[in-house]
Structure formats: structure tokens, C-alpha cells
Design a protein around this ligand. Structure first.
Ligand code: GAF
Length: 386
């Protein structure tokens, strides 16, 4: 898949700029195996990289000028020092590229002017981090073209600044960490408080398993506002409980914490975050022990918690999870921020098509537009191709 995308990026670069690129950089989309809405609570997440990639073909150009093309819109945008002097001056998809330039400059790096052409097979708006993939690929290109000193472990924070402060989306650190730091055959166990990571073996192939990713194709319903609202509830709850973040409420102190909150909705939000952090730890323990088949119930419990306590699922998503489980998936859950997006189902590899067909049939029965699906294994994070 990457080969096609890279070839498209190169062809587009050549036809737009009349020369070959100096190099090509790729960054994947991600799925989160478990640990949802825990990142901005200083908690734990366990994402892995997908075999779907955004590729940036790039070459330097003189001065403080950046020209960026996207095959998705067919547009070319150009911005200069003025537009990257402060957040929000470039909007739309170009904001992700301009935000990276802005964040690099704000961190004191001498960012080279550049021409870029972007191609991607990470679906937009499907909750698979197409925006983080774009940020990471642009960042990798600019770092290499400029010979900048920015090791991989410091890149997620910078890419997140682009998204939070330039684009204006109040996300946590998970997506940028995943698309930059993931390794093939592993899930990335990330402690979002100190950004320490452990590469946890997630060798589905060896276990005869696969992850089926179902794109619900549900229209995102008020996703931005609802995400910010969940974040606000968690921060208020942490304040009421006198902790820096909900990460500081231990699972065995949950009942006590809930008893100190007088509102049912807040109690449910807190219960999701605290139990979800514990489910990440339990999943990691099973994966470390090579017991990958046994993580299914944790995935399914995570989904129930998102549906009932955090209230971030939608009917299409719940339908996909129920149909996948009924068709024999070992576990299934929504992945990503919610209100649409994707479901992942852990399946015996030879059952992947049957499970996908069962989900498609359940959609048809309920009158939903047909879902998309792809079967994946964990891939590497951002990399230079050549
Ligand atoms: C989105 C955000 F970008 C992440 O930071 C994370 O909060 C996720 O939703 C929910 O787990 O992908």
C-alpha cells in the first residue's frame, strides 16, 4: 500500500514542481487497542500503527516559504513567515503543515523553506489519526531537510503543539506518539504523564489472529464539542477530588472517589477513566505474557464503558461491535475519540472476512450506509522512505 501512495506523492511532486523530490517520508494512521480518553487524564494508552500511510515527497526551496500540495483536494497552498508567526493564520488541511512549521520555529529550530506533495490512504475523519499522520510526515521531512536536532522521542510533543495550539484541537498526546513511536509487531504502551514508552509484543500473525478495522462511516456528530466537554468534565472531577489528574485515582480507590462526587454523570465519566486505565494495565500484562487471545474481554469491556459511562458511541458503532462479537470476534471496541469513527475487532485471521460480512449484514438490516473494513497487523511508525 505504501508503495502506491509513495508513487503518487512522487508523481504529483514532479508534475507540480518540475523536478524530483529530495526524499520521501511516511507516517501511518493508528488504531488504539485500548485506553480511550485516558491520555489527557495523564493515564495509559496502547495504540499500534496501521498499514495505511501518509507520504510526503519534499525538497528544499529558498527563503521562508512553504508550498504544499495535497492529492486529496488537488489544491496547492503557499505560506510564508507571516502565516507561521502565530496560530490560526492558515486554515483547513494546510493548517496541519503550517502548524508544524510554526511549532518548530517556536521551539527555536531554523526550519528550511520547502516544497511538499502529500498523498495518503489514511481515511479522513475515520478516527484513525489522519491529522497526526500528516503532522508526523511533514515534521520528519522538515527535520531531515534542515538537518534539525529533534530526536523521535521529542517529536510527538511538538506535533501535538501544532494540533492543539495552531490548528486549535484540544487533543492529548496519544495520536502523535503512536504515529511516530510505534514499531511493527508491537503496541505502544505509553504513560501519558511522563511520555515513557514500552514496546509491548503484539504479534497477531504468530497467534493466527488479526485485527479487523471497521469504518462505521457514521457522520461525526458534534465530535469536537463533545470531546472538549468530556475533557472539561474530567478536569473538573479531578479538581473536586483534589488530584492533579484522574490518573491519580487508583482502581482500588474508585468506590471512595465516586462516593465523594454528587452528580451521576460526573461519577460515570470518572468511572470510565479509572477503569479504562486499569484495563490498559491488564491488557499489557496479558500481552507481556504472550496471552494475546485473552485480551478480547478487556476490549469488549472497554467498549461497554465508552457506551454506558463515557457516552461517546453512536448506533452504527454499537451495531458493528455487537455484530462482530456475535460472529465470533474475541473482543471488539470503538477506537479513537468517538461519535463515529472506527471499531476494531480481534479475530482469528481466517474469520476476518466472515466477521466483516456479518457487520455489513447488520448494517443493511438497520438501514445504515455500508461500512468499510480492512484487516491489519501492527506496522512501524513514521520513517524516511528514501
Ligand atoms: C482523539 C485524540 F486526539 C486523542 O488525544 C485521544 O484523546 C483520543 O481521541 C481518545 O482516546 O484521537
Amino acid at each position: 500500500m505504501t508503495d502506491d501512495v509513495a508513487a503518487r506523492a512522487t508523481a504529483d511532486f514532479r508534475s507540480a514542481y518540475g523536478e524530483p523530490p529530495a526524499g520521501r517520508w511516511a507516517a501511518p494512521g493508528r488504531a488504539n487497542l485500548i485506553g480511550e480518553h485516558t491520555d489527557y487524564n495523564d493515564g495509559f494508552v496502547l495504540p499500534f500503527a496501521l498499514p495505511l500511510r501518509t507520504v510526503v515527497a519534499a525538497a528544499p526551496q529558498p527563503g521562508d516559504t512553504w508550498t504544499v500540495r495535497s492529492e486529496l483536494t488537488g489544491e496547492t497552498i503557499t505560506f510564508g513567515a507571516e502565516e507561521v508567526a502565530g496560530p490560526g493564520r492558515v486554515t483547513g488541511w494546510g493548517a496541519y503543515a503550517a502548524g508544524v512549521v510554526w511549532a518548530l520555529r517556536a521551539a527555536g529550530h531554523a526550519v528550511p523553506g520547502a516544497r511538499l506533495a502529500i498523498a495518503s490512504d489514511v481515511p479522513l475523519g475515520a478516527g484513525l489519526s489522519s491529522s497526526a499522520a500528516l503532522e508526523a510526515a511533514v515534521l520528519a521531512a522538515l527535520v531531515d531537510l534542515g538537518g534539525l536536532d529533534l530526536p523521535a522521542e521529542r517529536r510527538p510533543r511538538l506535533a501535538r503543539r501544532a494540533e492543539n495550539d495552531y490548528v486549535g484541537a484540544p487533543t492529548g498526546i496519544m495520536d502523535q506518539s503512536a504515529v511516530i513511536r510505534c514499531r511493527a509487531g508491537h503496541a505502544l504502551f505509553l504513560d501519558c504523564r511522563d511520555e515513557s514508552v514500552e514496546q509491548v509484543p503484539f504479534d497477531l500473525d504468530a497467534a493466527g489472529l488479526a485485527v479487523l478495522v471497521v469504518d462505521s462511516r457514521a457522520p461525526h456528530r458534534h465530535a469536537d464539542g463533545e470531546y472538549a466537554a468530556r475533557r472539561g468534565s474530567c478536569e473538573r472531577a479531578a479538581g473536586l477530588l483534589g488530584v492533579a489528574a484522574l490518573r491519580d485515582v487508583p482502581a482500588d480507590g474508585l468506590a471512595d472517589a465516586l462516593a465523594r462526587l454528587d452528580e451521576d454523570e460526573t461519577r460515570r465519566r470518572v468511572r470510565h477513566v479509572v477503569t479504562e486505565n486499569q484495563r490498559v494495565l491488564d491488557t499489557v500484562a496479558l500481552l507481556r505474557a504472550g496471552r494475546v487471545r485473552e485480551i478480547g474481554p478487556l476490549l469488549t469491556a472497554s467498549h461497554a464503558s465508552m457506551r454506558d459511562d463515557f457516552e461517546i458511541t453512536v448506533p452504527e458503532i454499537d451495531t458493528a461491535v455487537e455484530a462482530a462479537l456475535a460472529a465470533g470476534a474475541l473482543g471488539a471496541r470503538m477506537t479513537g475519540g468517538g461519535f463515529g469513527g472506527c471499531v476494531l475487532a480481534l479475530v482469528d485471521a481466517e474469520r476476518a472476512d466472515a466477521v466483516a460480512a456479518a457487520v455489513t449484514a447488520a448494517y443493511a438490516e438497520r438501514g445504515f450506509a455500508a461500512p468499510g473494513h480492512v484487516t491489519v497487523l501492527p506496522d512501524p511508525g513514521a520513517t524516511r522512505l528514501d
